[in-house]
Design a binder for this molecule. Structure first.
Ligand code: UDP
Ligand code: MG
Length: 265
């Protein structure tokens, strides 16, 4: 990622089948940037959409007065890889990520940036409050955030909020793939950066449907194991495997000794 300071912020937006939402979102962003007198670049990642998102985004790049770039993925590669592609393209000191489905409100961008500066942290993660999602999603998120806090010490209310503000140094270090976008604050914290949180407005989904169903519940916890392993044991894997190995070896030796005692005495 090159930082040339032409723009004050880069807004990275992954979009998968969001043709109806993206033109409205861009309008909202434009009005915030104008009101706040901010010069921003907007980077959409069309994540292999099968609806009209590609055409709509291409049209927006030519028609919008804003600096809009689109990265097209030939197939659906997921939000994490979309972020990675957007981060590589971003050129400013502050990078905002947000969802394309109008659930995140661009009017909150100044608040995210202010928190980044005032709390002097490297990442500010949004906390969707009050959250306008179905009950099962909120319940899952409640449990998930507490489990993550218990195991990692990163205490956030809404780890997986797509609305975040980063300093450029952070996104330069992040290598996201698979479903790692759900654990960004843990990865950022493990890399030695500071993490803050601020409440952000949240809206119900207006068009299309959520891309994440029930399957994510079990997957999210399996992925949490991967993240814990990556952040704690990547450079000393034997501390993990030898611990488990010693346990089984100990049990094996105990059984063997018991067998010997029973046979000979
Ligand atoms: N998204 C994406 N690739 C995917 C799934 C989702 O780029 O494979 C985008 C999606 O278009 C939206 C954001 O990620 O902009 C969040 O997705 P969604 O609204 O479905 O998640 P939810 O709000 O239900 O958690
Ligand atoms: Mg959504």
């Amino acid at each position: 990622m090159e930082v040339n300071n032409l723009f004050q912020l880069s807004i990275v937006i992954p979009a998968y089948n969001e043709a109806d939402s993206v033109p409205i979102l861009l309008q909202q962003i434009q009005s915030v940037l104008e009101t706040e007198a901010l010069l921003g670049e907007i980077i959409f990642i069309n994540d292999g959409s099968t609806d009209a998102t590609a055409t709509v985004l291409d049209k927006l790049t030519t028609e919008s007065p804003l600096h809009v770039h689109v990265i097209h993925f030939r197939r659906n590669r997921g939000k994490a890889e979309a972020f990675t592609a957007g981060f590589q393209k971003a050129t400013s000191d502050i990078v905002i990520t947000m969802d394309a489905d109008l659930q995140d409100d661009p009017a909150e961008i100044p608040k995210l940036i202010e928190t980044l500066e005032q709390e002097n942290v490297d990442l500010v993660s949004g906390w969707k409050y009050p959250r306008k999602d179905p009950l099962e999603k909120r319940a899952f998120s409640f449990v998930f955030n507490r489990v993550v806090a218990m195991f990692t010490g990163v205490k956030l209310h809404d780890m997986n909020c797509g609305f975040k503000a980063y300093r450029a140094e952070v996104v330069k270090e992040l290598r996201l793939y698979g479903d790692l976008h759900r654990y960004i604050p843990i990865l950022v914290h493990a890399a030695g950066f500071s993490v803050g949180e601020v409440k952000v407005k949240h809206h119900p989904r207006r068009f299309g449907k959520s891309k994440y169903g029930f399957k994510r519940i079990s997957k999210s916890f399996f992925d949490l194991l991967t993240v814990l392993f990556l952040t704690k044991y990547r450079k000393r894997p034997m501390h993990f495997f030898a611990g488990i190995g010693s346990l089984f070896a100990g049990a094996g030796i105990a059984v063997l000794l018991t067998g010997c005692v029973l046979k000979f005495f």
